[in-house]
Structures are given as structure tokens and as C-alpha cells.
Design a protein around this ligand. Structure first.
Ligand code: 83H
Length: 262
């Protein structure tokens, strides 16, 4: 399936299974390529929607980037095809679905799980994190991503994951990723992001003050808290660098380099 890049695909090459998610621009179904029996996630986008929201250029560019990426933590885009009304994206199927469902089911992750999910990206959206059959994290990163039908309806336009310089609309660089990593580590361990509040403006205030507290729980070690507090630093130049994160005792102790966790 992955090797067959030159071939033209069509809907008749696939058996369509159950819907996995529904978004603004279409739906995702589990599907099986008839010849190879290879299971994929087939995303259907209506051309009418692309026109209406004038996003076909953006979508095309993102598809080109996505087609060229091959990393164990980046969800693969194997190919695409279209008919008169729809564009179909042939995407890697993540057997374990959305990370956020798993987190809300479990309440929190173990330190090993939290430390291993250490993927960095410019604009990580929690609903874009999927889990494969080994529990390995996959970024499914498209601007027009599918919104899951999970409970996270409050996610819409949340500030929770944004660094102070982002919420203030200031210039920012790769250090925003390191902030988001701190937020995700916290949420993985405690089950909720650190600056959660009733209203957007309260979240905004809490982010700007870096109003961080660590509820007492036996699940979170002092090393984890140390790492989080070195990432959630307002001055972006003072945040721990990726290099230093990888050398941090909590990462050394808990992260599995292969991305598979216990
Ligand atoms: C799944 C998904 C959802 C969400 C993927 C999704 C997937 C996507 C995007 C892509 O119960 C499940 N759900 C909820 C309906 C299981 C665990 C079967 C599941 C797997 C669920 N995989 C859509 C682009 N690749 N994989």
C-alpha cells in the first residue's frame, strides 16, 4: 500500500467500514484496500466545503507536506484521490484512536506513558494526537483536522495549550513547543491542563501569571514537577531546550526511546 505511490486510487479499491469521526469538512471511515487487505483511515472531504471556506490551497500544501513526512510519530498520508464531489485522503489507521479518550478513560497516565509521548510540533492540538496498536503516539496534523465526537466540545478555541507569547499575539519561535510540552506533560499526569478555568479570560490571566500549582498525588514525582516548572516559564528564552529536555532525569528515567509505553 505504502509503496504503490504512482498508482491512481479510486473508491472501488476500498471496502468502507464504520465511521471513526466527523468534522467540519467531512468524515473519517476505517477502510480496507481490497487487494492487499491493508487497513487505512479514509478521510472524505466535500469539494463544496473546500470552495466555501476557500481552503483548497492550504489543504493542498498540507497534503504535500504530509505526503513527504515519514516519522514513526507522524501519521502517514499514503495517497489521495477524488471524484466529482469529494476528495479522499488515504491515511494511516491508528488502532487505539484518540489519545484524549484514553486520558479521560484512565484519568491520568503513568509517568512512563507521559514521558514517552514527547513529540514536538509548532501547533499541537490535543485532538490531533492518535494512538497506534502499540500505544505509540501519532500526530495527525492538518489544519482541517477531524473533530472527534468525544466529550471535548469545550476544546473549541481553547487557550489552554498556548504559550503566553502566543495568547498575547507576540512574536514567537520554536520555544512555544516546549511550553506546550509542559502543558501536555501536566495534563497527562494530572488529567487536566494546568491553567484550566471557567472562562477564556480567566485562562488568559492564569497563563499570563503562570499560575501553576501541583495538586498532591502519589502518581507524580518531584522530577516530573521539576521538568514541568522548567517548561512553563514565561520568558521563552529561559525555557528548557529540547536538548536539555532529553537529558532531564525524569525523561531519562521514564521515556522509552522506541515510543512504546507500559
Ligand atoms: C480510531 C479513531 C477513532 C479517529 C482513528 C480515529 C484514526 C483517524 C482519525 C485517522 O473506538 C474507536 N474510535 C472512536 C470511534 C477506535 C479505538 C476503534 C478508534 C480508532 C476510534 N482511529 C479518526 C486519521 N487515523 N486513525
Amino acid at each position: 500500500m505504502g509503496e504503490n505511490r504512482k498508482r491512481e486510487w479510486s473508491l472501488s479499491d476500498f471496502e468502507i467500514g464504520k465511521p471513526l469521526g466527523k468534522g467540519k469538512f467531512g468524515r473519517v471511515y476505517v477502510a480496507r484496500e481490497v487487494k492487499s487487505k491493508f487497513v487505512v483511515a479514509l478521510k472524505v472531504i466535500f469539494k463544496e466545503q473546500l470552495e466555501k471556506y476557500r481552503i483548497h490551497h492550504q489543504v493542498r500544501r498540507e497534503m504535500e507536506i504530509q505526503m513527504s513526512l515519514q516519522h514513526p510519530n507522524v501519521l502517514r498520508l499514503y495517497g489521495w484521490f477524488h471524484d466529482s464531489e469529494r476528495v479522499f485522503l488515504i491515511l494511516e489507521y491508528a488502532h487505539n484512536g484518540e489519545l484524549y479518550k484514553e486520558l479521560s478513560k484512565k484519568g491520568h497516565f503513568s509517568e512512563n506513558q507521559a514521558a514517552t509521548k514527547h513529540v514536538i510540533h509548532r501547533d499541537i492540538k490535543p485532538e490531533n494526537l492518535l494512538l497506534d496498536h502499540q500505544g505509540r503516539l501519532k500526530i495527525a496534523d492538518f489544519g482541517w483536522s477531524v473533530q472527534s465526537r468525544s466529550k471535548r466540545h469545550t476544546m473549541c478555541g481553547t487557550l489552554d495549550y498556548l504559550a503566553p507569547e502566543m495568547v498575547e499575539n507576540k512574536a514567537h519561535d520554536y520555544a512555544v513547543d516546549n511550553w506546550t510540552l509542559g502543558i501536555l506533560c501536566y495534563e497527562f499526569l494530572y488529567g487536566a491542563p494546568p491553567f484550566e478555568a471557567e472562562t477564556q479570560s480567566d485562562t488568559f490571566k492564569r497563563i499570563m501569571k503562570v499560575d501553576l500549582s501541583f495538586p498532591s498525588t502519589p502518581f507524580v514525582s518531584s522530577e516530573a514537577k521539576h521538568l514541568i516548572s522548567r517548561l512553563l516559564v514565561k520568558d521563552s528564552s529561559q525555557r528548557l531546550s529540547l536538548q536539555r529536555i532529553m537529558e532531564h532525569p525524569w525523561i531519562i528515567k521514564n521515556a522509552n526511546p522506541m515510543g512504546v509505553c507500559n
